[in-house]
Design a binder for this molecule. Structure first.
Ligand code: IPE
Ligand code: MG
Length: 270
């Protein structure tokens, strides 16, 4: 009786009472390992909802992460191995002070295991890429705690790009290589694509996560905005018209179906 019951039990979810099954239209054998998302359109969403101006910034940040939490959960349930969320760019530091503060406060909340808004769902391994030295000190400590607390987990890798810029990533990798050459640890001829990629933030901090096969950007904007410039060289790009807080299960499924319908030849003739 006990054996029958355990066989009949639904697949256990690491993240909650129920696991959302991968939609039938998506082939589980051709899922991207790594999905990257530019979560754009949060401010427009808050404005379009008629939220009073003084509450828009907070509403945008909260809606952004309430949806991010849902997409983290779905990605994990569906078997995505790594999810990178573009949370804050190097250029976003130039936004008005109160907006920057609002996003920083929100990151603090969602990186706290004891906050109901946390995106550190059960089993997730949290990593961070970006120039974290530019972030407020308490947030730097939160990031470091979140990374160490979740380092023993075996579930999906959640990479948050905070204070991240693709140009900055490449520059700091070049500096690291130049330093090694200067110190006699590496010959100029040894600088190749593998060695460069290892010194990029993803390579340094998440060495087991490869380039994203799929990039999704919401809100109808069709550009990369300085996101993972090296890694996106051969990624499939999917641009979704909906604003990020409205990007749900259906839109995510559509992006995966679109990805699976693309012919990926990597420049080689087949
Ligand atoms: C993206 O949402 C989040 C961050 C840049 C931190 P936006 O704030 O860019 O929202 P829109 O694009 O102005 O609507
Ligand atoms: Mg935007």
């Amino acid at each position: 009786m006990a054996i029958t019951a355990s066989i009949a039990a639904p697949y256990p979810s690491r993240l909650g009472a129920t696991t959302t099954r991968l939609p039938a239209e998506v082939d589980p054998l051709r899922l991207p390992n790594h999905v990257a998302i530019i979560m754009d359109g949060n401010s427009r969403w808050a404005k379009a909802r008629g939220i009073a101006k003084e509450r828009q910034l907070r509403a945008a940040a909260e809606a952004c992460y309430s949806n991010a939490r849902e997409i983290v959960r779905l990605s994990s349930d569906w078997g995505i191995k790594a999810l990178t969320l573009f949370a804050f760019s190097t250029e976003n530091f130039l936004r008005p002070r109160e907006e920057v503060d609002q996003w920083m406060q929100q990151f603090d909340r969602v990186l706290s295991l004891d906050d109901p808004a946390t995106i550190l769902l059960d089993g997730i391994q949290f990593r961070c890429i970006g120039d974290t030295a530019r972030l407020p000190r308490p947030l730097q400590a939160k990031i470091s705690d979140a990374q160490s607390i979740t380092s023993g987990n075996t579930g999906m890798k959640l990479v948050m790009a905070i204070g991240y810029g693709g140009h900055n990533d490449l520059v700091q990798a070049c500096q690291a290589l130049a330093r090694e050459v200067e110190q006699g640890k590496m010959a100029v001829e040894e600088i190749d694509q593998i060695n460069l990629a290892k010194r990029l933030m993803l390579g340094e901090r998440c060495e087991d996560v490869g380039a994203p096969e799929l990039l999704v950007r919401t809100s109808g904007e069709q550009r990369l905005s300085n996101f993972m410039l090296w890694h996106l060289a051969y990624s499939e790009l999917v641009f979704e018209k909906k604003l990020w807080p409205d990007f749900g299960k259906e839109e995510y499924k559509n992006a995966l179906v679109e990805f699976q319908g693309r012919m990926r030849t990597f420049g080689v003739r087949h």
